[in-house]
Structure formats: structure tokens, C-alpha cells
Design a protein around this ligand. Structure first.
Ligand code: FAD
Length: 497
């Protein structure tokens, strides 16, 4: 690259998924695009490290299979997703409670009915060493909710036991500490009610959700019309995980959107690690589009200054960095607060008995908010016969992170963890932009004609939000250039701040 040269029609700063998705649309419209990335690799926050044959995500992303950008973005056509088991496994009062498939009332009732007509304890067909058997056992059609939920008094009834699937089949869990407190987690009817509520949410248009009154999730939860035990036992830990927000200060509208996406598509991860997403996006761009190791230090509307190559000219400029870096380059852009996230990866001598389920901490009794046996969800992340457990700590991590996480994980999984080995732990203090109320999930992306901004801080703080912001920014740019690709008759776009 030559200094002060006209470099490209559009320079995009940042090769995260927002910048890469915008690049696709702009190139399709016939523009010459150059994506400048400061790091030696593309992908931004979506990074996967290879350690001893394990593929370790720097983040433990929970994606929704319903996100349109995941399947609809150009370049992501061959993205493979690995699904978690339907429903979630909530650990509360010393037990793990299988919620069954709570995503619809029909699913929840079907799970309950199947279970009540079957003998107990339910024995999953046992085929040692075959992952297919464990998948069958945890499918939504399998009798996988606990008998305790049907006992008089529900989950928290004194002496009631939950059940978990062990390597040998189904086993009762330890009884609730202190005999239970009237049901921290729901019974079959509660689950069906929650399923019905989620079904309704799944069918609700985004515009209607965004027209609802906006509060913090914490303020809105008591009024959702579900029993307190369902709210505290399932919704609170589930939303904490989906929003990376332990205090639930997120906008209730964004929580509605997150729950709706969960209800529509369940949870999944990219096969082989989250870096697969930017890798696919970058690989399907024309060669030479992405320039790594180029750090932009200043921007104008028709040029950027770089540390390595001097000044580069362009027609339009798109800032696709994180919120902090965007505000450094364009002072005046708002920087949100962030949710810090720490991700830990352990390997264990044997997989804990939770199959492909996401395990949530319902009691907030330790640092781990959610955890999963990732080698069961996506076997390609661990060498053959090895186990990978990925756990997420939200908020500032404790000083004795591994020790306290391990103690908590022993309780969450009901297995000793002293022989587990820590493979990696990574803390990101600016992992997820906070979406505090009032939050506009479609923040303007056009600063002025020729200068645009995108990234997860411009939409919802998710992979879907980042991809969609890239699409919106590309359309705004094309509209200003009067090129096809922007929607016909687009109104003048509001200005970004
Ligand atoms: C620990 C953690 C957990 C998460 N959990 C989830 C989850 O469960 N679900 C979910 O959907 N999302 C999750 N996220 C958020 C998700 O990763 C982000 O929303 C998404 O990756 C943001 O993509 P982006 O393109 O907007 O920004 P980024 O990925 O941050 O990309 C910005 C790029 O700009 C580059 N850049 C910055 N400054 C410059 C400069 N001056 N010059 C050149 N290049 C520059 C950066 O190096 C970077 O590559 C999580 C994130 C983290 C860190």
C-alpha cells in the first residue's frame, strides 16, 4: 500500500463480523472495498485458540439458531451449528432440575406426559461410547424431565429428588438442601405455562416487542405473569446467561428479543469454534480485501491515517471497531458501559453427566453463571475421547478464579472436579456492551454522507446484532451513493451519536 494513494472506494476499519458482513454487501454492489484490521488475524472478539488439540473459544458464545443473519449473511451459507439440548438444566438448592423443552407449551406438556406414562427411573437406551445414544436420550421427545416435578408440592417438596442422566442412565440427584423452599424450579404445569408464554413471544413481531414499555429486566420480571418460582428458577438464570448481565439492568425490550430468539431457535454454537464465523466471512471475500496488521490512528471522510502505511484515500469510510475504539477515532460517539465476561475451559477424566445441556446456576451460589460439556455439544472441539467443559463467569472474576470456579462446578455437575485440568481462562472487561434501558436496538449507523459506523454497540450486543449492524451500515452507504442494494425510497437516515 502506498501513502496518500486512493486506496479503495470504501475503507472499512475493523475485520470483526460487523465489518466483514458489510464488506460482502458493498462488494456485491460493485464497490472496491478494503478492510483494515489492526490485529494479525480477522475475527475480532470471535476467536478460537488451539491448545493440545482442543479448540478453545475466547468467548463462550450462546447463539440462537433463529438469528436470520447467521444463516442469511452472504458467506455464511456453509456455517455449521451445533445445538444444545432443548430446554436448560437449572442447578438450584443442591439439585439439577431438567426443564425439558420449555420453548413451547406443547413441548413442555409432551415431555411431562411422556414421562408420566413411563416407569421411573427412566433409563435412557445405553450404548456406551456412542455419542449418538446420548443425543437420542436428550432429544425433546425423550422422557427427560425429572420425576420430582410431578411429586405433590412440586420440585421443592421436602424429600423430592430430581434426576439427571449419568453415564449409566438416569439417576436421582441429591435431595434439596434444607428440604426445599416450596419449589425454586417449576413443575410440569409451570413449565407448560412458561412454554405457552415463550410460544406467544416466539410468534410476536419485533415491532410489537419494541413498542412495549421499557424498564430494566430486574424491574420487569416480577410482572411477567408467571409464578415467582418460574421467574426466579428459570427466567432469571436464563436471561442472565443470554444477556451476560448478572444484575439484569438490561432493557426489558432487549430481554424480550433475546427470549423470543431463544424460543424460536434454541441455543447453538458454531462447529469447530466461534472463529469459524469470521473465517467463512473472510474466506469468501475477494483475495486481498482484508489487510491484517494495519492499525488506523485517525479518520476523515475521505482518508484514514495508519500507523504502518501513512494516509490512504477512499470515497467512503466505515468504522467497524468496538465501541471504545470507534469513540477514540471519532470523539463524540457514545461509549456504553460493558459487561465483563471470563471464560474458563477445563478438561476432565470423564464427561459430567449432563449431555448436551446448558447448565445454569439458579442460586448464584458461586462465580459460574453457565457451563456446558462442550465436547458433547460439539465433539470437534476436543481430541477423540477427551472432555472439554466450558464455563462462563459474569462480572468481575474472583481473585481465586480457578479454585472457586472448580468448587462451584463440582456442585453444578455433582461430580468431583479436583482432577480437572484448567486449559485456559480468559477475561474480557469489555466483552459485551451493556444494553441498559432506554436502549435503541437500531442505533443510527450514518454519521454523515461518506462516514458510517457499525458493530454490536449499534444494535443488540450479540453476534446477530453485529452482523445486522454491518448490513444496515452497508445499506446506508449504498443509499448515499444512490447505488442499488439499498432499499428503494429509503428515507434520509438519522445521524449517529
Ligand atoms: C467473552 C465474550 C462473551 C460473549 N458472549 C456472547 C454470546 O454469548 N452471544 C453473542 O451473541 N455474543 C457474545 N459476545 C459478543 C460478540 O462476540 C460480539 O457482539 C461480536 O463479536 C462483535 O463483533 P464486532 O464486529 O461488532 O466487533 P469486534 O469483534 O470487536 O471487531 C472489531 C475489530 O476492529 C478491530 N480494530 C479496532 N480498532 C482498530 C483500529 N484502530 N484499526 C484497525 N482495526 C481496529 C479489532 O481488532 C477487531 O478485530 C461475547 C463477547 C465476548 C468477548
Amino acid at each position: 500500500m502506498r501513502s496518500t494513494a486512493y486506496h479503495a472506494d470504501v475503507i472499512i476499519i475493523g475485520a470483526g463480523i460487523a465489518g466483514l458482513s458489510a464488506a460482502h454487501l458493498l462488494i456485491r454492489a460493485g464497490l472496491g472495498v478494503s478492510v483494515l484490521e489492526a490485529e494479525p488475524r480477522a475475527g475480532g472478539r470471535l476467536a478460537t485458540d488451539e491448545v493440545d488439540g482442543f479448540r478453545l473459544d475466547r468467548l463462550g458464545p450462546l447463539l440462537s439458531g433463529s438469528w436470520p443473519e447467521l444463516t442469511g449473511s452472504p458467506g455464511l451459507g456453509s456455517l455449521e451449528l451445533r445445538e444444545f439440548a432443548p430446554g436448560v438444566l437449572v442447578h438450584s438448592e443442591g439439585r439439577r432440575h431438567l426443564t425439558g423443552d420449555i420453548r413451547s407449551a406443547r413441548g413442555a406438556l409432551k415431555a411431562a406426559r411422556t414421562r408420566s406414562s413411563a416407569p421411573w427411573p427412566h433409563r435412557a437406551p445405553r450404548t456406551p461410547g456412542t455419542s449418538r445414544a446420548s443425543r437420542t436420550a436428550l432429544s425433546p421427545r425423550a422422557p427427560w424431565a425429572s420425576r420430582a416435578s410431578e411429586a405433590p408440592g412440586g420440585y421443592g417438596a421436602p424429600g423430592a429428588h430430581g434426576s439427571v442422566r449419568s453415564a449409566n442412565g438416569w439417576e436421582p440427584c441429591a435431595p434439596a438442601r434444607g428440604g426445599g423452599r416450596g419449589g425454586a424450579v417449576t413443575g410440569a404445569i409451570d413449565r407448560a405455562r412458561l412454554g405457552a408464554a415463550l410460544s406467544r413471544l416466539a410468534a410476536t413481531e419485533e415491532a410489537r416487542l419494541l413498542a412495549r414499555p421499557e424498564r430494566t429486566v430486574a424491574d420487569a420480571l416480577p410482572g411477567v405473569g408467571l409464578p415467582a418460582r418460574t421467574v426466579e428458577g428459570v427466567l432469571r438464570p436464563l436471561l442472565t446467561a443470554l444477556l451476560s448481565d448478572p444484575a439484569l439492568t438490561t432493557s426489558s425490550r432487549c430481554a424480550d428479543l433475546a427470549l423470543r430468539d431463544y424460543a424460536r431457535g434454541g441455543l447453538c454454537v458454531p462447529a469447530g469454534g466461534s472463529a469459524a464465523l469470521p473465517r467463512l466471512l473472510a474466506a469468501s471475500l475477494p483475495p486481498g480485501t482484508v489487510r491484517t496488521g494495519v492499525h488506523v490512528t485517525a479518520v476523515g471522510t475521505t482518508s484514514v491515517r495508519t500507523k504502518e502505511h501513512g494516509e490512504l484515500g477512499c470515497r467512503s469510510l466505515l468504522l467497524a471497531t468496538g465501541a471504545g475504539a470507534a469513540a477514540e477515532l471519532l470523539p463524540g460517539l457514545r461509549v456504553p458501559a460493558f459487561h465483563p465476561v471470563t471464560v474458563l475451559h477445563h478438561t476432565a477424566p470423564a464427561p459430567p453427566p449432563t449431555g448436551r445441556s446448558l447448565v445454569l446456576d439458579g442460586d448464584r451460589s458461586g462465580p459460574v453463571a453457565h457451563t456446558a460439556v462442550m465436547s458433547e455439544v460439539d465433539p470437534s472441539r476436543a481430541p477423540e475421547g477427551r472432555t472439554l467443559i466450558t464455563s462462563t463467569v459474569l462480572g468481575p472474576p474472583p481473585p481465586d478464579l480457578d479454585r472457586s470456579a472448580r468448587a462451584h462446578l463440582a456442585a453444578l455437575y455433582g461430580v468431583p472436579t479436583d482432577r480437572w485440568e484448567l486449559l485456559a481462562a480468559r477475561h474480557d472487561p469489555e466483552a459485551v456492551p451493556a444494553m441498559e434501558a432506554p436502549h435503541d436496538p437500531r442505533r443510527p449507523v450514518r454519521v454523515l454522507a461518506g462516514l458510517y459506523v457499525c458493530g454490536d454497540h449499534r444494535g443488540t450486543s450479540t453476534v446477530q446484532g453485529a452482523l445486522h449492524s454491518g448490513r444496515r451500515a452497508a445499506k446506508a452507504l449504498l443509499a448515499d451513493l444512490a447505488l442499488p442494494g439499498a432499499r428503494e425510497g429509503s428515507p434520509r437516515l438519522p445521524e449517529a451519536a
